[in-house]
Ligand binder design. Structure first.
Ligand code: F0G
Length: 425
């Protein structure tokens, strides 16, 4: 079989290197690999971890035969890597006990080079841009995609343009886009407005679009699932839980694990839970009502997933069904309390990431996930991406959110006796 692009909606096929993101019917596209291209064993994949080849050491390119449909030589020429992936899988039984599922592990994707899981998809997307000889890339973003794209584009010497909703992304992320030199356009609207604009601009101006509607972004992000099972000695957890916004990540993890299963590297599939913020829950609504997805005006403290019209919903639902998955929603209060738990375990993550743990708590309480299940939660972004949310929670300054687990700082005069008395409290 020749690798090709295939429409997730109607199945129409296109050449794999054709620069398109949607089918003529407007459906999103999948990269379909030739199954005979992949002959590696788990032992060979493990050996790559200790190799001196930068591609082998990257937690994405280690799996390269399943990422880009290019030859080894072409990849050696094109790949732009920052050694992404290889993120820690934390044993998190203390957090797990607090939410009712002690066998909890947390895969910290915030430990990627720019502080989020987006680096996995971006190394694939920018490398494809380089392979295609493109000189300008763009994305709309709630912050992490733009930070990642700005960095990888700078490494590749490609011009980057980012569209972000003005005043609605966390400062850590805005600072990265500016620092890495991307042209930064703050749209006076929300993410969904920015997303609609960037698709038209890219089509009209011939700019390469690097949102997760780009099928090669999805290919890179599959490596989260690959690495989870590799970290576990190629054993498959009972559940993988992750937050859902534009729905690229759950699409990718499901696609990758299905491919690994088809190639015989794992003996079963995990179940999957996608967690949305209650204020940005179009997938949850579609899932629970059985109706087609309808956009909502999104509002949540977890700005990374403040998305009302997700692009990858069709592929996302397909993957959730294949993994016998579920979709749930959690409130901002539950997200911030879960974040306080993850943070105080010494792990730490940005608010959207902690929807994972809040979702685990809810699904265990509802009996969907059994107490003794082996669960891997994905933490998608670093704690320092959004310091405002953290400090405002601990100082009781978040509107409408109780600081139930606050660790408020004390203020003291520069006086020994007072400071000593504070130590005793
Ligand atoms: N968690 C974080 C920290 C994110 O930045 C995002 C998405 C998600 C979860 C949701 O992932 O969109 O694949 O369902 N952030 C995008 C961005 C939208 O622009 O950075 P998804």
């Amino acid at each position: 079989m020749t690798p090709h692009l295939s429409c997730a909606r109607c199945g129409t096929q296109y050449p794999v290197l054709e620069q398109r993101y949607r089918c003529d019917c407007s459906g999103t596209l999948d990269v379909v690999h030739d199954p005979t291209d992949f002959t590696l064993t788990t032992a060979e994949l493990d050996a790559r971890r200790n190799s001196s080849n930068p591609l082998d050491r990257s937690g994405v390119w280690r799996f390269r035969e399943l990422i880009l449909p290019l030859s080894e030589d072409e990849m050696n020429q094109a790949v732009v890597t920052r050694g992404e992936g290889n993120t820690h899988l934390y044993e998190a039984s203390a957090v797990g006990r607090a939410v009712g599922v002690p066998r909890l592990w947390l895969k910290h994707e915030g430990e990627n080079p720019t502080g989020s899981f987006k680096d996995r998809g971006m190394t694939a997307g920018i490398s494809m841009a380089r392979h295609l000889g493109l000189t300008q890339v763009a994305c709309a973003s709630t912050g992490n995609t733009s930070a990642s794209m700005a960095s990888y584009a700078a490494r590749a010497g490609i011009n980057a343009v980012v569209f972000i909703p003005e005043g609605k992304i966390a400062y850590g992320k805005l600072s990265q886009a500016l620092a890495y030199g991307a042209k930064t356009i703050q749209i006076q609207g929300d993410f969904d407005d920015a997303m609609a604009l960037v698709q038209t601009i890219c089509a009209d101006e011939g700019i390469y679009l690097l949102n997760s509607v780009n099928p090669f972004r999805i290919e890179g992000q599959k490596a989260i699932g690959f690495e989870i099972v590799q970290d576990l000695g190629w054993r498959v957890p009972d559940w993988i839980i992750l937050p859902g916004g534009n729905l690229g990540n759950n699409t990718a993890i499901a696609k990758g694990l299905i491919e690994l299963h088809e190639r015989g590297l794992i003996d079963r599939l995990p179940r999957m839970a996608v967690v949305q913020a209650a204020g940005a829950n179009p997938l949850y609504t579609a899932w629970t009502t059985g109706q087609p997805i309808a956009s909502v005006v999104a509002d949540t403290i977890a700005t990374a997933i403040k998305i009302g019209a997700p692009v990858s919903w069709r592929k996302s639902l397909r993957g959730i069904e294949a993994l016998d998955g579920v979709v749930t929603e959690v409130t901002d209060q539950q997200i911030m309390d879960a974040k306080a738990l993850v943070d105080s375990a010494g792990i730490g993550a940005e608010p959207a990431s902690c929807a994972t743990v809040a979702g685990a708590r809810r699904l265990v309480a509802e009996g969907v996930i059994p107490h003794d299940a082996h669960v891997v939660g994905v933490l998608t972004g670093h704690l320092m991406k959004d310091p405002d949310a953290t400090v405002n929670y601990h100082t009781g300054k978040l509107d409408g959110i109780a600081s139930n687990l606050a660790n408020a700082p004390s203020v003291a005069p520069a006086d020994l006796a007072t400071v000593r008395s504070l130590l005793k409290v």
